[in-house]
Design a protein around this ligand. Sequence first.
Ligand SMILES: [Zn+2]
Length: 134
Amino acid sequence: MNQFEPELAGLSQQQSWVLQVLAKHRSALLRTLEEALERARAAYVGQCLECLRARGLADCLDGVWRLTWTGTGVANWREQKVWSDLLPPGRNLPEPRAGENGLDVGPACDDYRVTLFAPGRCWCGRTRDQHSTL
Ligand SMILES: [Zn+2]
């Protein structure tokens, strides 16, 4: 491991972005760096959206971007994992089934699997009450 790796590993993603922008400028006023970062971020978002579109996760119509059905499912699954710490120890993270993305109403469901990103709802898009009681 070289001498810089420990320092780099200790930086957050944002901190390393600022480091990189300052390196490009060598020296700069705060405002200059802020503007450079805004431009970099803006370019980053555009590139990411194109990648998401290529993967079928997002689409653009008349300049307006939206997630596709699958993209919505991926975003919801990502958020579900972020909130997984809320679960009592030993409980499995409720997962989506085929035909479910956590937002749109999916196929008939009798197994309430709570979405942590939208408490009170199941991955099938229904509330607990809307499930057949066993
Ligand atoms: Zn359900």
